[in-house]
Design a protein around this ligand. Structure first.
Ligand SMILES: Nc1ncnc2c1ncn2[C@@H]1O[C@H](COP(=O)(O)OP(=O)(O)OP(=O)(O)O)[C@@H](O)[C@H]1O
Ligand SMILES: [Mg+2]
Length: 287
């Protein structure tokens, strides 16, 4: 059964003015519980607008979002509850930090769900651990943290609500390469350990290819493709026409296939590539 689905979902900015712009145009799809989905698409294709509708932050112009088969706008007064079930980490979430201390910031969500003090404390510590935030930083002002630490504090604040669905909009943008790798592997472990549904918006094909099972491709406000990562990244030419590329390892393997080597299109990780090439060389008696 799908945990989240959308039907004819549409969002128009500045409707009825000369600046009218349809940012999301009649999207329909279903997401299964436990899926780890990557959302890719060129800049301005509608990714952030889409995810903000999925957690009820903005209301669709038309169409609907269903969480466990219930239209999230059926009871507009209860829309806040949806935001605790579908946790959204914004693009540049450091701007979401506003409390006196990091601890209070991470505790904001759990406090609003109505948990008691002990439970809140536990949630905060657990979430900080999940994102590898040094507990000594909890008493500091969020403004005294480094960029990467702020990012992790903001993510911890959403994880602390224990949402059924976690959506991250470009969580690694602006971090250095090591910071990106660490954060990505933390998100990966979070999904593995909790089995939650995770949606990751990213411009990095490498990141999406490494951690996501399925991929949505947005193009000019429409959903162009939605399939397994392997099948999406097997279509390099189609993606190129949309201004996107495939992970580097996938294109290296594609070139080897074109040169006659019997490997698999849509190979997503270096580990998989090494395994397949080793197996091939053994079969050929060359290893
Ligand atoms: N508040 C707004 N008012 C008017 N237009 C907007 C607003 N926010 C976004 N848009 C427009 O809607 C379209 C989709 O924007 P959106 O931010 O959803 O794209 P995106 O895919 O997340 O892009 P990026 O990869 O750059 O983050 C863009 O053309 C953008 O200019
Ligand atoms: Mg965006």
């Amino acid at each position: 059964m799908s945990i989240l689905s959308v039907k004819d979902l549409t969002y128009v900015y500045s409707q009825g003015t000369p600046f009218e712009h349809t940012a999301v145009d009649k999207l329909s799809f279903e997401i299964e519980r436990g899926d780890f989905i990557g959302i890719i698409g060129h800049t301005g294709s509608g990714k952030s607008t889409l995810v903000q509708m999925l957690n009820g932050l903005i209301k669709p112009t038309s169409g609907a979002v269903y969480l466990d088969n219930i239209n999230i706008w059926d009871k507009p007064k209860e829309i806040r509850k949806i935001r605790f079930k579908v946790g959204l980490v914004f693009q540049y979430p450091e701007y979401q930090l506003f409390e006196e201390t990091v601890e209070k910031d991470i505790a904001f969500g759990p406090t609003n769900i109505g948990l008691n003090e002990k439970e809140i404390k536990e949630r905060v510590l657990q979430a900080a651990k999940f994102v590898d935030l040094n507990p000594e930083l909890l008493v500091k002002s969020p403004f005294d943290l480094s960029g990467g630490e702020k990012r992790r504090a903001a993510i911890a604040g959403v994880i602390a609500m224990d949402p059924d669905i976690l959506i991250l909009d470009e969580p690694c943008a602006g971090l250095d390469p090591l910071g990106r790798d660490i954060l990505l592997s933390q998100i990966y472990s979070y999904h593995k350990e909790r089995g939650n549904t995770v949606l990751l918006v990213s411009h990095s094909m490498e990141d999406v290819g490494t951690v996501c099972d399925k991929v949505m491709v947005m193009n000019r406000s429409r959903l162009e493709m939605f399939d397994t990562a392997q099948r999406v990244f097997s279509q390099g030419e189609r993606l190129q026409k949309l201004g996107l590329r495939i992970p580097q390892i996938t294109s290296v393997i594609d070139e080897l296939i074109d040169a006659g080597f019997p490997l698999k299109r849509g190979t997503l990780t270096v580990e998989q590539a090494v395994e397949d090439i080793t197996e091939y060389l053994k079969r050929e008696g060359r290893l």
